[in-house]
Design a protein around this ligand. Structure first.
Ligand code: UDP
Length: 418
């Protein structure tokens, strides 16, 4: 079958147009536009994909996002008018837990994709891999196409999340093929180095957010009460895909120690086949008789309005979170947040000043903290106000994109001049 792909919103970009001839150019080398080929393995809308959308938007006049599979991510890019292209062949079947045998089998699927990307990369200055499988493909393609490779690391490369072989492959390819690794937190950077990654390769750039998108949100409470039969009371939002390590069960367990007024909104769905987990969660809720207190809202695209409608956001990951977009989104939406004290979350929250940190996987302690928040509306308001100011100053999308553009420029320059 011939290699085919679909191009959407691909705006014509003349090769090497002088900067003053283009509008909104993000990266410039020697006065000329820099062209970036972004790679992402997923068609689903996870945090990595939402963060990439924000970066790629900045490069939309001279970048292209190449997706290894179709899905809602492609629709999101289309809505943001970011040029993208979806691969028409089946996606790679390596999972985070893959062993050697599966890895070898997937080489057969991998090689045509590498060839495809290497060919596309000829007309770009840089390959930018946004996910682990994208790194595997991007690394080989970068060697074939002789283009610099940047790896945006948005995962904690630990045993909890990745099989030993997957970690080894990621570290070896990053160490040998990437000219730069961008980590989305100190925690992510540390895990990379602990796994054998070269410290001089890696720079931390926190995810950026546009504060305007979180201002002046409509209050959805009356609509939600009607549509999902949620009673008035103290509303706790949990915003994440439904997955064991995102810890929705920890919040459900904590509910046993809380009073009748508490209502939990679980926002998100199982994105990567975690249907067993959803069933176990539903069984737990039934078992505890909490059906009127826990509400599944499914995947939503009106996150800021939902957050603004909650009294508290709980972030209950049981393994270290690489960054935790939800935490900053809650802060910008004016909703106080309590998060598991681990990974990136500890870098985003100043405990007792811009939110609260709670020991991970400890429903009793979580319930105690939630109870205290519930009893102190003035403190909640104070924390929410401080958090909003801090988040809009520290996690500005504009600044993040400028830093990333600057780093990419440096690395392209360095490669072209060597
Ligand atoms: N999210 C969403 N709709 C949902 C649930 C979550 O758009 O129904 C978004 C959420 O607002 C956040 C992202 O998904 O921006 C999750 O990112 P995070 O860094 O918290 O976790 P990840 O998916 O990267 O593990």
């Amino acid at each position: 079958m011939p290699l085919k792909s679909v191009v959407h919103y691909l705006q014509p970009v003349d090769d090497w147009l002088p900067i003053d001839k283009q509008v909104g150019i993000a990266g410039v080398i020697n006065g000329l536009a820099m062209k970036v080929l972004f790679l992402d393995q997923s068609g689903q809308l996870g945090g990595a994909e939402l963060s990439l959308t924000d970066v790629a938007k900045h490069f939309k006049h001279q970048g292209l996002v190449y997706l290894f599979e179709g899905g809602p991510f492609a629709d999101k890019l289309a809505a943001a008018q970011v040029p993208y292209k979806v691969r028409q062949r089946p996606s790679l079947s390596i999972s985070k837990e893959s062993g050697l045998w599966q890895g070898l089998l997937s080489l057969r699927q991998l090689l045509p994709l590498v060839g495809e990307v290497a060919k596309m990369a000829q007309t770009y200055d840089l390959i930018y891999a946004n996910t682990q499988k994208a790194l595997v493909v991007g690394a080989m393609a970068s060697v074939l196409a002789r283009k610099p490779l940047v790896y945006h690391l948005r995962d904690i490369l630990s045993a909890e999340h990745f099989s030993p072989i997957n970690r080894r492959v990621a570290i070896t390819l990053a160490n040998t093929c990437a000219t730069l690794v961008i980590a989305n937190s100190q925690a992510t950077r540390q895990a990379f180095m602990d796994a054998g990654g070269r410290p001089q390769l890696i720079k931390v750039v926190y995810n950026g957010f546009d504060p305007d998108q979180y201002e002046g949100q409509p209050l959805l409470r009356p609509v939600l009460q009607q549509q999902h039969a949620i009673q008035e009371g103290f509303w706790i939002g949990h915003f994440s895909r439904l997955s064991p390590w995102k810890g929705q069960h920890v919040l459900v367990d904590a509910l046993q120690y809380l009073d009748e007024a508490v209502q939990v909104l679980l926002v998100g769905k199982a994105l990567f086949g975690e249907d067993d987990y959803v069933q176990s969660l539903q069984a737990k809720i039934l078992n505890f008789g909490l059906q009127d207190h826990v509400h599944f809202l499914g995947f939503r695209s009106d996150i800021p309005a939902l957050m603004a409608s909650c009294d508290l956001v709980a972030h209950t990951s049981t393994s270290p979170e690489p960054f935790g977009r939800v935490i900053i989104e809650s802060m910008l939406s004016g909703c106080p947040v309590v998060a598991a004290k681990d990974g990136g979350a500890t870098e985003l929250i100043d405990h007792g000043k811009t939110g609260w940190l709670c020991p991970p996987n400890d429903p009793q302690q979580l319930a105690q903290m939630i109870g205290e928040c519930q009893r102190q509306p003035q403190l909640r308001q104070k924390i929410a106000t401080q958090a909003r100011v801090q988040a809009s100053q520290t996690f500005s999308l504009e600044q993040t994109n400028q830093v990333i553009a600057g780093l990419l420029q440096q690395h392209v320059r360095r490669t072209t001049s060597s």
